[in-house]
Design a protein around this ligand. Structure first.
Ligand code: F6P
Length: 330
């Protein structure tokens, strides 16, 4: 394990799907490293840039005026080559060539899986920062970008509600999250949705029909169903809408897929602060000889979780919030 004095230059990169707040985290990493008299290099396009030797020295001005910007100034990529021993060897050789002694990796489970594999063969300390809109990592209550993505989803659902209500329509709105219903759950409650379809508690089309029928009985003028992309039980959203249309033609069911709008935009205040705290925590972890861990925020405290636990343990489902959503959707 490298000591504080042995670490002279820290590398930082973003990888996987971008998330609002990644720039705020890069800024925090760079400035914390400089605060402790360490040098910093940005690695562009994640593991792909590590393999292709895309390194860029960073100073405090390189990260000026980025805390409020979405996307990532270091760019990002999903990289198949890093999954091979040959790819990881090329990456290691470039890290040595660029005199990188320790690394902060900002990304999701794919990013930490890559780091975990790499660390089995090469002795370069890695600390991870959870950066994904999906909020699907064990070891942190929130991942960078989740709050902003959820706010974006809620804003869009509110707008759709206006037109749905004007026409007495039923809308299915698909939100992102891969295998996690975290965005769907929060967005559904905040937007007052009538129902949600999430992978953690799948519902059948028959159950959905019963919920819509109940709303009709209660004289609802519009209904919003929030659908997690992983919550459709092997059906396409189109197929679900067609089935519902047969039962409730009077509601003229429509669908909207919010897609990548949820990944863009200026990070919320919450995400900027979360990113700043986690960025500082990541550098301080490296300087305290930690490696192979993800920094997270649990009950408002900085905590470190081993990569294998962060990747392999499913974060617990917020049963309480699901219960609340069912009470309120009458
Ligand atoms: O992991 C973030 C995420 O936005 C998921 O919610 C979504 O399933 C996936 O990435 C989309 O990936 P891509 O942008 O590569 O299509």
């Amino acid at each position: 394990m490298k000591t504080k004095n042995e670490i002279k230059r820290i590398g930082v990169f973003t990888s996987g799907g971008d998330a609002p707040g990644m720039n705020a985290c890069i800024r925090a990493v760079v400035r914390t490293a400089l605060f402790y008299d360490k040098k910093v290099t940005g690695i562009c396009r994640g593991y792909q840039g590590m393999i292709d030797d895309e390194f860029e020295k960073l100073n405090s001005r390189s990260v000026s005026n980025i805390i409020q910007r979405g996307g990532t100034i270091l760019k990002t990529a999903r990289c198949e080559e890093f999954k091979t021993p040959e790819g990881r060897k090329k990456a290691y050789d470039n890290l040595v060539k660029n005199e990188i002694d320790a690394i902060v990796a900002i990304g999701g489970d794919g990013t930490f899986t890559g780091a975990w594999e790499f660390m089995k063969d090469y002795n370069i300390p890695f600390v991870g920062v959870p950066g994904t809109i999906d909020n699907d990592l064990f070891g942190t209550d929130y991942t960078i970008g989740f709050d902003t993505a959820t706010n974006t989803a809620v804003e869009a659902i509110d707008k759709i509600r206006d037109t749905a209500s004007a026409h007495n329509r039923l809308f299915f709105i698909e939100v992102m999250g891969r295998n996690s219903g975290a965005i769907a759950i929060r967005a559904a409650i905040a937007a007052g949705a009538e129902a949600m379809m999430i992978p953690e508690q799948p519902i059948t089309v028959e159950e959905l029909i019963a919920i819509i029928a109940k709303g009709e009985k209660n004289q609802k003028s519009s209904s919003m169903i929030v659908v997690a992309e992983g919550g459709k039980s092997n059906k396409s959203l189109h197929e679900i809408v067609e089935e519902i249309k047969k039962k409730f033609p009077q509601y003229d069911p429509k669908m909207a897929i919010l897609g990548h709008t949820q990944r863009g935009g200026s990070p919320s205040c919450f995400d900027r602060i979360l990113s700043s705290r986690l960025g500082v925590g990541a550098v301080e972890a490296l300087l305290n000889s930690k490696s192979g861990v993800m920094v997270g925020l649990v009950n408002d405290k900085i905590l470190y979780t081993n990569f294998d636990r962060a990747i392999h343990i499913d974060p617990s489902v917020d049963e309480e919030i699901i219960r609340i959503s069912k009470i309120l959707a009458m």
